[in-house]
Design a binder for this molecule. Sequence first.
Ligand code: HEC
Ligand code: HEC
Length: 416
Amino acid sequence: MPQHSRALCLFRRLPAAPLLATLLAQVAACDRQPLGGRATGAEAAPDTNPAFLVAAREPGDPLPFLTLGQRALFERGRGVFQTEFTPATGLGPLFNNTACSQCHEDPVVGAGGEEVETHQAAFHYGACDDLSAIGGPVIQDSVTAALHTALGIGKEPPLPEATGTAHRTTPSLLGFGLLEAVPEAEILAFADPFDRNGDGVSGRPNRTADGRLGRFGRKAQFATLREFNAGAFANEMGITSPDEPSEATIRGHPFPAGVDPTPEPELTREATDAATAFVQLLAPPAPLPRTVVERRGGLVFLGLGCASCHVPVLVTGPNRVSALSLKIVQPYSDLLLHDLGPDLADICLARARPAEFRTEPLMGLRFKTAYLHDGRAASIDEAIQAHGGEAARARGRFLRLSPADRDALVRFLKGL
Ligand code: HEC
Ligand code: HEC
């Protein structure tokens, strides 16, 4: 099949094709003249546009058109995100690092990083236990001096109840507030759990225990950034907050008395809210300007069927924060779970089975140096070759590309 008609076939999976065509045309126009965080011309009047593409001029910038109050909250939140906790301010007793920005730091505060952490869960007869009752799913690699003295351990011991162990690299958070603002129905429209269109790609939503659509984490196990962040304070730093007020346990037992004297919650409501606003208001990085080769690479991407999962464009719904309202974002993800085959499989989380992962957003891919959930792939080429399961057909088409097309594809991806 010629490449352009294969690309068109993809649009069968996409909802509201005419709307999408208009949006893609807008995005194509934006590619020629990347929009920045600072107002020039058309984007100076966002409220007169039904939807417009937002991207940071410099990575790490806030979304454009924040009110002064939102801008101040963003800066305050960045301060919380960069706060180095100590045992005196609540760090630990178990922790992975001392500040959000110790891990989410490269190339800017809020982006990704080199830290790799360990998660464990138990998968029995299709049901997932995240082992949170006994200290899972995050297994901390550090302890405070007080806990070391009390229990003689240097990290959280692995859980023998686990049926799987996972390694997780630190992802970038740039642009994730826009992903939170995409209406549920728009994401669910991409789901095809029984593969009724027979393209080999299904895609299904993860859901929280109370039934909400999951979006965040490699397994899309969290519905909102607020909840993810509260979990991150607790699991990564041992910092309790109003949203996550109980201190962790060690195998389900409280820590020995006196080991963690700071009263709960260790973080105020104001600081928790500011940290969440910071993450919500981080702008997505703007793709690099494209030459003819990268543009061709973009068409190769569509032609291979990569966009069946790595959906290039999503649109946010109406939002009380106008900087998040009716905006076009280019995440290259459908935020759904896909089975990528046994080689990548590790743990379950909520409804995600061991082999299912959320389509990893490709925005900001150029800042990564190691790819896939555990960083096992040293190059983009290797990452694509590791796709199996639902992505096996796309991988097969990738392997049959001419060297020139393969090069164009990788150059396109390196510009995201
Ligand atoms: C020890 C390193 C480390 C620290 C410290 C850390 N994170 Fe993370 N962060 C990670 C890793 C690893 C993941 C991926 C988790 C997963 O895939 O389930 C992640 C994922 C996230 C996500 C979800 C991103 C996505 O892809 O959906 C958010 C939001 C986040 N972190 C916010 C925070 C905040 C806020 C803090 C501080 C309270 C923080 N993180 C501290 C390592 C860290
Ligand atoms: C069936 C859905 C699906 C298809 C089709 C698919 N991908 Fe993916 N892709 C994923 C998922 C899920 C991940 C995350 C896997 C992981 O972390 O182990 C991913 C990860 C990636 C990554 C690594 C991202 C990172 O930040 O580490 C790259 C690069 C990538 N895909 C490119 C492609 C390209 C190029 C194609 C087309 C040849 C493609 N993918 C087709 C679902 C898909």
